[in-house]
Design a protein around this ligand. Structure first.
Ligand code: FAD
Length: 482
């Protein structure tokens, strides 16, 4: 028999002894902690397999109550998120509320702005989507199966894996405690996951949080007259300023969600920090100096600045994503990354698709399915965590660096000439489902080739394309989609 291989250690993953095996169908109640993007999507996948699922969500029902999701109002949706939405038939309901973005609109300090397209093909676009609208569509679709029951305003507090019960409290009355039995528990409760904390205490797994010394603050560019867009809607706007940056993504209502990313404190190399911006005069002076073309777009800039919280950003890497066939982590609970590649949710949604597939591959051995899922997915989660950190430097500084710009031009030219052998890293991450770990490795190899070709050739017409063809021939085929 072929055993699935554990990619992290190259050890075969052994099937569970017969007496301990369980299936999802016969394993008792299926409970999902957390009804965000991962929880709602996984509920839909499981319901489609015919399972009955209970989702426990700590916030109120966002379809009925206007709530602040606590983090970015809109998100960039890309291929890895779109594939599962199409697979589940949800994408058509979402399409009307998507705002396509064909590239980065880079705003220089003198007010000049230019579009850097994301790829070579018209379909190389990402989409801005409202976090809460997407979540609402997923919850509606899950409930419409008739197999999913969502309970709002209940927070999972403790998990007793021996008795297989979750202790939950009512959001409006913390003294109202109840107990929810489960057969299989999906921990989709985000980056501060209670399920993860409970599980790591018993399965020997580890969790490492690396907090970035940069934070973020959200602002809003209101619509112009008659609900018009004040700046180009079909681009992701970046104001790159070396150590910090501002970005903006359009919403269908004509406004833009803006995020300022910058160091929390003055440190070595920091030219500005959140700690410097204490008074209205500080904020006004900073924005006028660094983002002069942005200031007129937001009349109440300083009041927004002080009304909105400053968020923190972390990468959380975990091992031990499951406990036998009783529990598994998914989404940010398993792998939380910084937002600079616009991939956290896309990664989470792709993980749901792959977990569903793995469960169907091993229907009678859930514990093996869960271990196989982690073995396959952990290297990919680690790779995109690294690439997301790299992309911060690219966005805040690279996009105006002449060396970066010529390499990018060369990458696109080689992709045009050798489409089977060369693909830009950004495109492989955003517009494909190739394994992140393979994308990272391939992109590193391609970078070596670009560096050799660019050395001594300061512009594209001086590149030796015969040598390029020789180097490209040494490459293996591009990684396959999963
Ligand atoms: C500033 C910022 C910008 C981002 N931009 C992008 C982007 O452009 N593209 C992208 O792909 N990703 C982006 N992300 C990442 C993305 O937000 C997350 O990766 C994604 O939301 C993960 O989904 P999730 O369902 O795993 O977690 P969450 O969305 O955090 O959902 C967890 C859910 O569980 C609930 N919950 C938490 N604790 C409990 C509990 N104890 N009991 C019950 N329920 C609980 C929460 O209320 C929530 O509904 C961004 C993140 C940030 C911070």
């Amino acid at each position: 028999m072929n055993h699935p291989v554990n990619h992290s250690g190259n050890q075969p993953l052994e099937p569970t002894p017969q007496a301990d095996r369980k299936s999802l169908a016969a394993g008792g109640p299926i409970v999902i902690a957390g009804g965000g993007q991962a929880g709602a999507l996984m509920a839909l996948y499981l319901a489609r397999q015919g399972h009955r699922v209970r989702v426990l969500e700590s916030r109120p029902d966002l379809r009925r109550v206007d709530i602040d999701a606590g983090k970015s109002i809109n998100l960039a949706l890309a291929t890895r998120g779109i594939v599962p939405l199409k697979e589940l038939g949800v994408y058509p309901s979402l399409e009307p509320i998507l705002v396509p973005m064909a590239g980065r609109m880079v705003h220089e300090i003198d007010g000049d702005a230019g579009l850097q397209p994301y790829g070579l093909h018209p379909e190389d676009v990402i989409h801005a989507v409202s976090r809460s609208d997407l979540n609402a569509i997923l919850l509606d679709a899950a409930e419409a199966t008739g197999n999913v029951e969502v309970t709002f305003d209940v927070r999972c507090r403790q998990v007793d894996f021996d008795r297989k019960v979750l202790t939950v409290t009512d959001r409006n009355d913390e003294t109202a405690v109840s107990v929810v039995p489960f057969g299989t528990l999906f921990g989709c409760d985000g980056s501060s996951s209670e399920v993860r904390n409970a599980m790591l205490a018993v399965n020997g797994g580890t969790s490492t949080e690396a907090e970035l010394d940069h934070g973020y603050k959200e602002l809003n560019i209101p619509p112009g007259p008659g609900g018009s867009f004040q700046i180009e809607p079909n681009a992701l706007h970046i104001w790159p300023r070396g150590e910090f940056m501002l970005i903006a993504l359009a919403n269908p209502e004509g406004d833009f969600t803006v995020t300022l990313f910058m160091p929390n404190d003055d440190g070595p190399g920091a030219t500005a920090s959140f700690a410097d911006l204490k008074t209205e005069a500080d904020v006004e002076g900073f924005f006028k100096r660094e983002f002069p073309d942005f200031v007129p777009l937001v009349p109440d800039l300083t009041s927004q600045f002080f009304a909105n919280p400053t968020g923190r950003l972390s990468t959380i890497r975990n091992t031990g994503w499951s406990l036998g066939g009783d529990a598994v982590l998914l989404g940010d609970a398993a792998h939380a990354i910084v937002p600079f590649h616009g991939q956290g949710m896309n990664l989470a949604m792709e993980s749901c698709r792959l977990l569903d597939r793995t469960i169907r591959e091993y229907p009678d051995d859930l514990a093996l399915a869960f271990r196989k899922f982690e073995a396959d997915r952990k290297p990919d989660a680690d790779a995109i965590a690294d690439m997301a950190l790299d992309n911060y430097v690219e966005m805040r500084a690279g996009v105006v660096d002449p060396d970066y710009l010529i390499k990018r031009e060369l990458a696109l030219e080689l992709e045009r000439r050798f489409p089977d052998k060369i693909a830009a890293r950004y495109g492989m991450v955003m517009f494909s489902t190739r394994r992140y770990a393979e994308v990272k490795k391939r992109a590193e190899r391609q970078q070596e080739i670009f560096a050799e070709l660019i050395a001594g050739a300061p512009s594209l017409d001086q590149v030796d394309f015969d040598r390029a063809a020789e180097l490209v021939r040494t490459l293996s085929p591009l990684p396959a989609p999963i």
